[in-house]
Design a protein around this ligand. Structure first.
Ligand SMILES: [Fe+2]
Length: 191
């Protein structure tokens, strides 16, 4: 999908994100980004164009809303159809802030309890389950970057994700005897 002309709210989002990512510390940067997303979403304005908001039939949709020309971050709109979600996955070492734009999502976080997530079988423990509603945001900062997302609602849910770069791949973790096994997953944008 090409980036289409944007509303003034999207312009505001980008202008404020440009400032938010300027600090060097990931924790502060994510706090800044989180505040911007919460502010902009809670304005109540419907600022994302309808083509970005269509569910995809087979799996959740991810559409590029903005790519920072300096490569510092990307903004992705994700659409979660009924019963759609992700497997347990990492973020390839990239920080991310996620904010609910419409509907709700359920985020289940995991921590490593044994083994090496980069080689062989790894054991995870479930940490927290958060049901986030409109205007609520969470951050994921490596090495604490393992989670899964589900749409718990009977209709589509929409989230906005800001990544510290462009996430072209991640790893998913498939349950096997004795734990989970990592698999490379290429990521693409939905048309
Ligand atoms: Fe994720």
């Amino acid at each position: 999908m090409t980036v289409s002309p944007q509303s003034s709210k999207v312009d505001e989002l980008i202008r404020r994100l440009d400032q938010a990512v300027e600090v060097q510390d990931d924790a502060i940067r994510c706090q800044n980004v989180k505040k911007v997303l919460i502010d902009v979403v809670n304005s109540g304005e419907s600022f994302i164009d309808p083509p970005y908001l269509k569910p995809a039939p087979d799996k959740y949709a991810r559409r590029l809303l903005h790519r920072d020309p300096k490569g510092r971050y990307t903004v992705i709109v994700m659409v979660w159809g009924v019963d759609q979600g992700t497997p347990l996955h990492d973020h390839a070492g990239i920080w991310c802030v996620e904010c609910v734009y419409r509907g709700r999502i359920r985020v289940t976080s995991f921590s490593v309890r044994g083994g090496d997530p980069e080689a062989g079988i790894v054991q995870f423990a479930k940490e927290t389950v958060v049901n986030a509603g409109m205007g609520e945001a969470g951050a994921l900062i490596p090495p604490f970057e393992y989670h899964m997302i589900q749409n718990p609602d009977p209709g589509p849910s929409i989230t906005i994700h800001v990544y510290g770069g462009e996430m072209t791949h991640c790893h998913i973790f498939e349950p096997v005897e004795g734990g989970y096994l990592r698999r490379y997953r290429e990521l693409s944008y939905t048309s």
